[in-house]
Ligand binder design. Structure first.
Ligand SMILES: NC(=O)c1ccc[n+]([C@@H]2O[C@H](COP(=O)([O-])OP(=O)(O)OC[C@H]3O[C@@H](n4cnc5c(N)ncnc54)[C@H](OP(=O)(O)O)[C@@H]3O)[C@@H](O)[C@H]2O)c1
Length: 201
């Protein structure tokens, strides 16, 4: 849901999008046709290789099957949240040794992983759009260990969505058990980042 929504917003903003899933490109042909000529289906390896910016938007349990090579040198946006009831118990996440994004970063050692879009419902991402200068626009936190990667991800401009404004939420560590929520005053000046017992997925 979140991946398809991001693809819709990205095409709308004029980006070329390569879609993939676990079942193969033929199952994505209808969606690609619906999104138009900027969108094409591919295998996940082809998609990762083709992209300047890769979105990994799968259940966390799928991370273990991702090969590092096609993602090497790529900026990877991770939308994932860990749900044991869906993903199964993952010991390193249960113990707090790793966050799910750190798990992905370890799986993709040549990539720069940032966590973003993980705490907004896909329908809200699509529908709660406001112009970039609207006083009540939404802000999304972005977490990652590399400042340049976060800045690069922040360059993504989806004109139909609230992701006009993406804010640095610190490092990947500790961002999982409770999603990081960014609170901004109405002019976007004051920022407090709090962790709440809240997960969105
Ligand atoms: N839904 C939301 O509003 C939302 C919001 C924020 C964050 N999230 C988080 O974002 C992640 C994705 O959520 P979702 O709701 O978008 O899930 P979803 O609707 O179930 O979509 C998951 C996608 O991942 C693909 N996939 C699964 N395993 C794969 C693999 N090994 N290789 C390539 N593709 C694979 C699936 O393809 P197939 O269908 O072919 O298996 C499907 O297209 C989750 O961690 C979720 O918790 C979701």
């Amino acid at each position: 849901m979140i991946g398809g929504t991001l693809a819709t917003l990205a095409v709308d903003a004029g980006y070329q999008v390569v879609l993939s899933n676990s079942r193969g490109p033929e199952t994505l042909q209808d969606l690609a046709a619906e999104l138009g000529p900027l969108c094409q289906p591919a295998t996940w390896a082809e998609a990762a290789e083709a992209a300047d910016l890769v979105v990994v938007s799968t259940p966390v349990k799928a991370y273990a099957g991702l090969p590092a090579a096609p993602f090497a040198g790529k900026l990877v946006m991770d939308t994932g949240n860990y749900y044991p009831e869906r993903d199964g118990q993952l010991a390193e996440l249960d113990s707090g040794a790793l966050t799910s994004s750190e798990l992905l970063a370890r799986q993709l050692p040549g990539a720069e992983v940032v966590k973003v879009f993980n705490n907004i419902y896909s329908r809200h991402l699509l529908n709660l759009s406001r112009p970039a200068d609207a006083p009540d626009r939404s802000f999304l936190p972005i977490a990652g260990d590399d400042g340049q990667a976060k800045a690069g991800a922040g360059q993504l401009r989806l004109r139909a969505g609230p992701v006009e404004a993406v804010e640095d939420a610190g490092k990947l560590i500790g961002r999982d058990a409770g999603a990081v929520i960014a609170d901004f005053d109405r002019d976007g000046a004051a920022v407090t980042l709090t962790r709440r017992g809240f997960r969105h997925g």
